[in-house]
Design a protein around this ligand. Structure first.
Ligand code: NAD
Ligand code: TYD
Length: 339
């Protein structure tokens, strides 16, 4: 039986991936190491926590002792590194943890993988490492010009992983996906924040003029791409993973309000994010030529996502009333300011 060490498996993409791989591959065992930061939530995996093939370890990827112990005890074949600090706005406020986890954490995992040996180290990177592009789309060999502390630290982890391939022959593959959406995404990111705010009749804070563009990828498509790349990708290569759904933030905002039958008056234009990247765009022909493409259309998967938040208030209400609320009040003043 193959053993996968999945880091950050209690977060948004990681938890969807753990569920996906256990479902798709009956011959797979999963070890999930997660620090359970504000973004890690054991409830994301409550349906599989009793699966014999699943083990949870509460630990920090920056801690070489815990990571070494996992490698010695569990002997993982494949490492898939999702663990990261991920929210651009938080990285602008306090970059420290980003540099620690997104660079040093990757180093710790790479060192252990080199020492104990693995058949694959897959570093989950992001389209944000390329920076913004006004026209056209980035290919995998284009230069990296990250512009937020989040994307810069992810670029550090991305290139460090590559350096272990070149220098030590570690079998490394890097994926760079576009903006994910779907169930269990922490409600600080655009789509879950706006859906849950709308459900609570709170304002939707659109940064700047709302014309910034992102490409949107349904989380299950990201998961299927990673499984595909594990099977078909080549060591030392980078693969862009996009959804072919480029939209302006304001278009997404209108779609969410429409799905929920809510009034456009909930839209509130607020001060722009510092250094706000205008547009992300990926050329995904390399992965398409290898044989993968996304299965979900944006309108259907957005409707499914909106319905999930509608039906799972018990998941997001406690988050929005606890630490999240304190953080939001301190940093944004909106949308809770008038209560
Ligand atoms: P998330 O913030 O929802 O989850 C991150 C998880 O990592 C949490 O469970 C958290 O507890 C854990 N974690 C953080 N620091 C840790 C540490 N030091 N040790 C162990 N665990 C730690 O993030 P996400 O949206 O699920 O993103 C997962 C990965 O996918 C990240 O590497 C991110 O850069 C990448 N990615 C995300 C998107 C997206 O749109 N969400 C797009 C492209 C790439
Ligand atoms: P986000 O979900 O934070 O992802 P990223 O910045 O990593 O792409 O934001 C997506 C887009 O939505 C981005 O252009 C910023 C914008 N945005 C808002 O307009 N208002 C908000 O409250 C948030 C969180 C994001």
């Amino acid at each position: 039986m193959k053993t996968c060490l999945i880091t950050g498996g209690s977060g948004f993409v990681g938890s969807n991936f753990v569920r996906h791989i256990l479902h798709k591959d009956s011959d797979c065992r999963v070890i999930n190491v997660d620090k359970l930061t504000y973004a890690g939530n054991p409830a994301n995996l409550c349906d599989i926590e009793n699966d014999d093939r699943y083990t949870f370890v509460h630990g920090d990827i920056c801690d070489p002792e815990i990571i070494g112990e996992i490698f010695r005890n569990e002997k993982p074949d494949v490492v898939i590194n999702f663990a990261a600090e991920t929210h651009v706005d938080r990285s602008i406020g306090s970059p420290d943890d980003f540099i620690r986890t997104d660079v040093f954490g990757v180093f710790t995992l790479l060192e252990a993988s080199k020492q104990y040996g693995v058949s694959l180290f897959l570093q989950v990177s992001t389209d944000e490492v390329y920076g913004s592009i006004d026209e056209g789309s980035f290919q995998e060999h284009d230069q990296l010009l990250p512009s937020s502390p989040y994307s810069a630290s992810k670029a550090g982890g991305d290139r460090l992983a590559y350096s272990y391939y070149v220098t030590y022959n570690l079998p490394v593959i890097i994926t760079r996906a576009s903006n994910n959406y779907g169930p269990n995404q922490y409600p600080e990111k655009l789509i879950p924040l706006f859906v849950t705010n709308a459900l609570e009749n709170r304002p939707l804070p659109v940064y700047g003029d709302g014309k910034n563009v992102r490409d949107w990828l349904f989380v299950n498509d990201h998961c299927s791409a990673i499984v595909f790349i594990i099977k078909n990708g080549e060591n030392g290569e980078v693969y862009n993973v996009g959804g072919s759904n480029e939209l302006m933030n304001i278009e997404i905002t209108h779609s969410i309000l429409e799905h929920l039958g809510k009034d456009e008056e909930l839209i509130q234009y607020v001060e722009d994010r510092k250094g706000h990247d205008f547009r992300y765009s990926l050329d995904c022909s390399k992965l398409r030529q290898l044989g993968w493409e996304p299965e979900h259309s944006f309108p259907e998967a957005l409707a499914e996502t909106v319905d999930w938040y509608k039906s799972n208030e018990k998941w997001w209400k406690p988050i929005k009333s606890g630490e999240f609320r304190n953080y939001y009040e301190k940093h944004y003043k909106l949308p809770y300011a008038n209560e």
